[in-house]
Design a protein around this ligand. Structure first.
Ligand SMILES: NC(=O)c1ccc[n+]([C@@H]2O[C@H](COP(=O)([O-])OP(=O)(O)OC[C@H]3O[C@@H](n4cnc5c(N)ncnc54)[C@H](O)[C@@H]3O)[C@@H](O)[C@H]2O)c1
Length: 249
């Protein structure tokens, strides 16, 4: 098992990609803590893991609020004594262009998709620095690497996550902490359901994906296991694209 004995926090771990990552991490031997706003989906992930004999707890937390995150992280330390892995996965998508975006929408996306990465890292880093080791995996997006219409705040936030990953990697690699990111393409989840349930938009996604299928949460989970394990110790500040080939053209 590749994450045996590790303690991992997965934000937004109640649904979609976060749930896929949490379940695979548990299969690889990690104890899982899922952070998220809604208790029901978080508990579903905990049950899924426990049914298979894994260890997991849920802590309802809004990643956009540093004080809440800090309290949640303290709870993890009290219960497990350490934090080896942080996966910053929580995120929202709102459709708008720069003109139509409201200030509230802009702030919502920025405070979850970008600030949420920083709040969780800031709360967890003292534990990793004390241990002299740790793995942080930020879930960015191919929308952080190329432009997507009607995604102004989302593209801006995800592009910033890619570069924050490099910045944090520079600061903490000398201290034994690897910071990397994953840029998923289109993956089946609550976020993409509105698009994938519409035949025309699903077809347009498939046309842009050379591998010929929509991604599944476990496609991202396997990449996250690699970046969270010791196998990636020499990988620093990298954004691993997992998109079925969308961005290679
Ligand atoms: N699905 C895709 O095609 C795709 C592609 C690229 C990147 N991503 C990214 O993957 C991540 C997971 O998305 P998903 O596709 O699984 O969608 P999702 O909607 O199923 O998951 C997002 C999760 O984040 C949680 N969340 C939202 N706001 C939060 C907050 N303030 N505090 C704590 N938790 C919060 C939600 O409750 C949900 O569980 C996101 O960062 C998303 O931007 C998704």
């Amino acid at each position: 098992m590749r994450l045996q004995g590790k303690v991992a926090i997965v934000t937004g771990g109640g649904t979609g990609i976060g749930q896929g990552i949490a379940v695979l991490f548990a299969k690889e031997g990690a104890s899982i803590v899922v952070f998220g706003r809604r208790p029901e989906p978080l508990n579903e992930t905990v049950q899924l893991i426990k049914q298979k004999g894994g260890k997991a707890i849920a802590i309802p937390t809004d990643v956009s609020l540093f004080e809440q995150v800090q309290k949640a992280v303290q709870q993890v330390v009290t219960q497990f004594g350490k934090i080896d892995i942080l996966v910053n996965n929580a995120g929202v998508y709102l459709p708008h262009d720069a003109l139509s975006a409201s200030e509230e929408e802009w702030n919502t996306v920025m405070s979850i998709d970008l600030k949420g990465v920083w709040t969780c890292a800031k709360a967890v880093l003292p534990q990793m620095l004390k241990a002299g080791s740790g793995k942080i995996v930020n879930i960015a997006s191919i929308a952080g690497l190329i432009g997507f219409e009607q995604s102004a705040a989302y593209c801006a936030a995800k592009g910033a996550v890619v570069n924050l990953t490099r910045e944090m990697a520079l600061d903490y690699a000398p201290k034994g902490i690897n910071v990397n990111a994953i840029a998923p393409g289109v993956i089946e989840s609550d976020m993409t359901k509105p698009f994938l349930s519409e035949e025309a938009s699903k077809k347009s996604f498939l046309d842009k994906t050379p591998i010929g299928r929509i991604g599944k949460p476990e496609d991202i989970g396997y990449a996250a296991v690699y970046l969270a394990s010791n196998e990636s110790d020499f990988v620093v500040g990298h954004t691993l694209v997992v998109d079925g080939g969308w961005t290679i053209r």
